[in-house]
Ligand binder design. Sequence first.
Ligand SMILES: Cc1ncc(COP(=O)(O)O)c(C=O)c1O
Length: 345
Amino acid sequence: MIELRSDNTAGVAPEILAAIQAANSGSALAYGGDDLTAHLHEVVRSVFEHPTARAFPVTSGTAANSLALSASTPPWGAVLCHPSAHIITAEGGATSLFGGGAVMQGVDGDHALIDADRLRATLGSVRWGDPHESQPSVLSLTLPSDHGTVYQPDEIALLAGIAHEHGLRVHVDGARIANAVAALGCSPAEVTWRAGVDVLSLGATKNGALSAEAIVVFDDRIAEELVYRTKRSGHVTSKMRFQSAQVAAYLTDGLWLRLATHANEQMATLAAALESVDGVRLMERVDVNLAFVELSAAAAEALPDAGILCYRMTDSSVRLVTSWQTTAEDVVEATAGFRRAASAS
Ligand SMILES: Cc1ncc(COP(=O)(O)O)c(C=O)c1O
């Protein structure tokens, strides 16, 4: 079977396993007081070219998002995000739980990216200071979006500028940030703090780590809150060095971008091949390692028998995701599988 359900289905990259193994000698201070966690801060500062950035290792993307956002909003705040954002559709309201009741509100835009005019209109119609209305407090951008599309650095800067004018902070859900940085060919700083981002959920698990993510903070006030919030939510793990070692190795020598580039390239090849398959249509542009495909319900039904594992979005559409583990042979096989499924229906 060809695995295209999610990049979460992939294993742990050998380089990350080696980093865990290397961290497994001798003893080290618990709860992040170890040298590897101190090293992670240095690595993050160097990769993001930010002298005071701080990293908080956590164990899931949901934890990264909900903690980063709850540290950035008052309980009466509203987090503005695209209606398709994972934080509003797929995290069980974790941001509202940790945010003491803060809500999430959708601001639409094409290609699952927030539209600047709609953001201005939303902020322009708020009754600021009226306790009857949640007060917008954070803008959360998903990069890449849940539909696999990316904002350009100047688009992030425009949205962040509008948000800052209204006193909002800016968060990026970067569960797949490596895929976006690799696709954009820009520096990590350009799509984060240089564009006005205050706090980033830096994903690593989908791209080769073992339940290790980090909240990267460019604003000290948010970092001070996170010191307590990460502890109270159970994310100051006693053996943090094993998470820190992973994220540091991930960001070192471009490993994160190599793994992501590979996943992106496999998807680019697959998407190009699928365009030539009769009865199969790409529903969204393919910027990174995700594709959404429309096909007949019968063809979608036939995919498992044709050797394809993927998520069924609707009767007649599926989501495909490649990972650092997807091979060129997988792509060839997957294309043949789609051809079989489409012609069998
Ligand atoms: C865009 C995005 N953000 C956050 C997450 C949450 O990650 P986790 O499943 O590790 O909580 C996911 C997971 O699928 C995601 O796709």
